[in-house]
Design a protein around this ligand. Structure first.
Ligand code: URA
Length: 244
């Protein structure tokens, strides 16, 4: 079962630009996905080719965001209310990478706004970090998998270039990777999360190496609070990394 809020499975420089996008108020129930303009347009638009590193290489953040919001490269576009691009100051020191939007994220268009998000905010606060000031948050998969099922390999492959372009633009000092799918995607491995957490990995980018720490997904921690002690170790590891 994937990380989700409904069925859980799986020192800061101030931003010089305005921080996170304003949360959109959710007023009453949203229409069914198939009746939203975005979903109708996704169904009417022929699938577009999956993005590649080359096709995204020149895009700035605003244009990348537009591409993601209009993406029809995989079947997930048909069930989404909206794609969830990411949020946070573009000068953030940390990038947190999660798995995929859940129901609340799909409704609000923002990452980690449900119960997992509340726990994530508390975890970050414990090491003096805040999503409004220090942390950019994004997911590997930008559209909610139906019923919060696990993302499929082809969906991850189609969406990964968006995340890699976000990383290239953000140039974070470090990346906190939450959960199995995000860890396996960024580290390009099938290894279990238990063997990946607890140490510092390196993401090689054209601009240099970015330290990465893997930890458990907050949705998993909500189901298995006993693992919070290990997650705390991971956070302290991430927070204690020497600045470049
Ligand atoms: N779980 C995730 O991995 N990402 C979100 O944005 C919400 C829940």
């Amino acid at each position: 079962m994937p990380a989700s809020d409904v069925q859980p499975s799986s020192g800061g420089q101030p931003a010089s630009r305005p921080g996170a996008p304003a949360r959109r108020p959710v007023i009453g129930p949203r229409p069914a996905p198939s009746s939203t303009p975005a979903a109708r347009s996704a169904m009417e638009t022929p699938p577009q080719p999956a993005p590649t590193a080359e096709s995204l290489a020149m895009l700035d953040m605003a244009t990348l965001r537009e591409r993601v919001l209009e993406c029809t490269a995989c079947g997930l576009c048909r069930g989404r209310r909206q794609a969830v691009f990411g949020m946070g100051p573009e000068q953030a020191r940390w990038l947190v990478v999660g798995e995929a939007p859940g129901e609340q994220e799909d409704r609000q268009g923002l990452p980690f706004v449900g119960r997992s998000g509340q726990l994530l905010d508390a975890m970050l606060a414990a090491v003096g970090m805040s999503r409004d000031r220090d942390v950019y948050i994004a997911n590997v998969i930008k559209c909610r998998p139906p019923g919060n099922r696990n993302p499929k390999p082809e969906e991850i492959a189609a969406c990964r270039p968006y995340l890699m372009r976000q990383i290239a633009l953000l140039k974070p000092e470090r990346i906190l990777v939450l959960g199995r799918f995000a860890a396996q995607t960024l580290l390009e491995t099938d290894a279990a999360i238990g063997s990946l957490r607890g140490r510092v990995h390196v993401l090689k980018t054209p601009d240099g190496e970015i330290p990465m720490v893997v930890s458990y997904h907050p949705a998993y921690l909500l189901r298995s609070p006993v693992e919070k002690a290990r997650a705390w170790q991971d956070l302290r590891l991430a927070a204690g990394l020497a600045l470049p």
